[in-house]
Design a protein around this ligand. Structure first.
Ligand SMILES: Cc1cc2nc3c(=O)[nH]c(=O)nc-3n(C[C@H](O)[C@H](O)[C@H](O)COP(=O)(O)OP(=O)(O)OC[C@H]3O[C@@H](n4cnc5c(N)ncnc54)[C@H](O)[C@@H]3O)c2cc1C
Length: 403
């Protein structure tokens, strides 16, 4: 086999597609079933559709997203990105991820589900994967020229290879319910908006969300691990109280019924270092490609997966899969997304985690059209964090309004 990809999330499927469409053999090992509902808000920014040429008529999304609704700690509310056209899409991951699997399959990528992969290392170098199939616990070794690990967070591959750097200050934990509600009622009460609620009273140093789908609301919260320990609370308790007592959200959720709960970690660790070794690349959440202020990771995972796949093809063509050649992967991901990862972390820690800034952001967006547009473009993924901060640096009159 030329390439093995670990994990059939958005990063893994895009990596596999990039390899297979150039005629190289690639197999994706997925520990779960290929149709699996990954815990996620399911907000997909418009740039995903554009950059990956996804078929808008396909049945992979549940609802078009036209706006972003913010509620400040003081309970001021605003609806951003007042657009006619789509700001993005709202998806159930079971459906969305499987559409990406099907797309990759059409290019020739192979998938093996319910198969757990471990790094297979020989003489200090990765040579493939060791697999365990839970049905018969049969172990096998699959050799290949390049392994691309897209195994999510916290990555088993990154931890085993000693390149994982998560700690209580750069990892978040999340808890969410999928709630059933009549679709007509969702249309009327929430509409086509992603809703984000700030306030330490509800989620300390994090935020809560309501993302509408078709007859389903994804209602959740997330914050840093250190915040949970410091406040001696747990996210389930916070979320239950948010649903029952939040002055704005509780009224909207009166008729929503919990179907099931989900919980997962989010790694805001910054880009893993190194993200490539001889015969090996790390992509998606496993490599730390997720926006720290918003938690948006689908776009960054798909981009990093695709770049990893493209670099793998170039390495195979050049008969050089050494770390010296794979350095290209870091250069290209840094160029495309490095600034968002670095600036995003500081934007969140120094500004967005603070209730005063959250109140100011909503207040100023309500009063000033320029700030309103800028906030909408940032949260909607239209501009990056560096561009956002630069625009404010050349408009000190606007910056003052946020301070
Ligand atoms: C609660 C929550 C809400 C979120 N909301 C949003 C949102 O609204 N919008 C957004 O853009 N992002 C959101 N994210 C982030 C987004 O879900 C991730 O960034 C994205 O799924 C990362 O894709 P990935 O392919 O890197 O990893 P994943 O989607 O996590 O896929 C990794 C895959 O690898 C498999 N795997 C793991 N280990 C192994 C192994 N050893 N062998 C074989 N298979 C393995 C897993 O089963 C999994 O299928 C959210 C995350 C959470 C936790």
């Amino acid at each position: 086999m030329d390439v093995i990809v670990v994990g059939a999330g958005p990063a893994g499927t895009m990596a596999a597609e990039a390899v297979a469409k150039e005629g190289y053999s690639v197999t994706v090992f997925e520990k779960g079933p290929l149709r699996r509902e990954k815990p996620c808000g399911g907000g997909v920014s418009y740039r995903v559709m554009e950059e990956f040429n996804l078929d808008m008529t396909a049945d992979f999304y549940d609802r078009r997203c036209l706006g972003i609704f913010l509620c400040s700690p003081k309970h001021d509310t605003i609806r951003l990105t007042d657009k006619e056209e789509d700001a993005g899409y709202l998806v159930m991951r079971e459906k969305f991820d499987y559409c990406l699997v099907e797309r990759a399959r059409k290019t020739g990528a192979q998938f093996r589900e319910k198969t757990y992969a471990h790094p297979y290392v020989e003489n200090g170098k990765i040579r493939g994967v060791k697999t365990t199939e839970p049905t018969d616990m049969e172990e096998g070794v699959e050799e290949c020229d390049i392994v691309i690990a897209c195994d999510g967070t916290p990555s088993h591959f990154a931890r085993t290879l000693n390149i994982y750097r998560g700690n209580d200050y750069n990892q978040a934990t999340t808890y969410q319910y999928q709630m059933r509600m009549d679709n007509a009622e969702i249309d009327e009460i929430i509409g086509n908006n992603m809703e984000i609620y700030f306030g330490h009273e509800w989620t300390p140093y994090g935020y809560s969300w309501i993302f509408p789908k078709k007859g389903v609301l994804t209602v959740g919260n997330g914050t840093w691990l250190y915040a949970i320990k410091k406040k001696k609370t747990n996210l389930k308790r916070c979320l239950d109280r948010f649903i029952r007592e939040h002055p704005v959200a509780s009224k909207k959720l009166e008729h929503a019924e919990i179907m099931y709960a989900q919980s997962a970690m989010m790694g805001f660790t910054g880009i893993a270092s190194p993200i490539y070794l001889d015969n090996f690349m790390l992509a998606g959440d496993a490599a730390g490609f997720v926006s720290v202020p918003t938690g948006e990771g689908i776009y960054y995972s798909m981009v990093s997966g695709r770049i990893a796949g493209e670099v793998a093809v170039e390495a195979l063509k050049a008969h050089d899969t050494s770390h010296r050649f794979l350095k290209k992967y870091k250069k290209r991901t840094d160029k495309k997304m490095g600034a968002d990862m670095t600036w995003g972390y500081w934007l969140r820690r120094l500004v967005m985690d603070k209730e005063r800034s959250q109140n100011k952001l909503v207040e100023a967006s309500l009063k000033d059209k320029w700030i309103y547009d800028m906030t909408g473009r940032l949260i909607g993924g239209e501009i990056g964090y560096r561009t956002f901060l630069m625009k404010y640096l050349v408009r000190p009159d606007k910056l003052i309004k946020l301070m």
